[in-house]
Design a protein. Structure first.
Length: 78
């Protein structure tokens, strides 16, 4: 079963975010609560964790790219 990790809405006015750095790579095992990446929004960098356990199957948004809130950024396979 696959789960899409999406760009989170970190603030009331947030419309987009920047993927700053991936802390896990494709093929890495992740547990619920593991920090997977850092996102910059409204001049603050925030660590984003996963709500699902599994394998980080595919990174959809590379570092440095700006995407709207709700955009799929990675796929985690349970």
């Amino acid at each position: 079963m696959e789960h899409q990790l999406t760009m989170p809405k970190l603030g009331h006015d947030m419309e987009e975010g920047t993927v700053v750095r991936w802390l896990k790579q494709e093929g890495d095992q992740v547990r619920k609560g593991d920090v997977v990446l850092e996102v910059e929004a409204e001049k603050a960098t925030v660590e984003i964790d996963t709500l699902r356990a599994g394998v980080l199957k595919k990174i959809l948004v590379p570092e440095g790219e700006v995407v709207p809130v709700g955009t799929p950024i990675a796929v985690i396979e349970a």
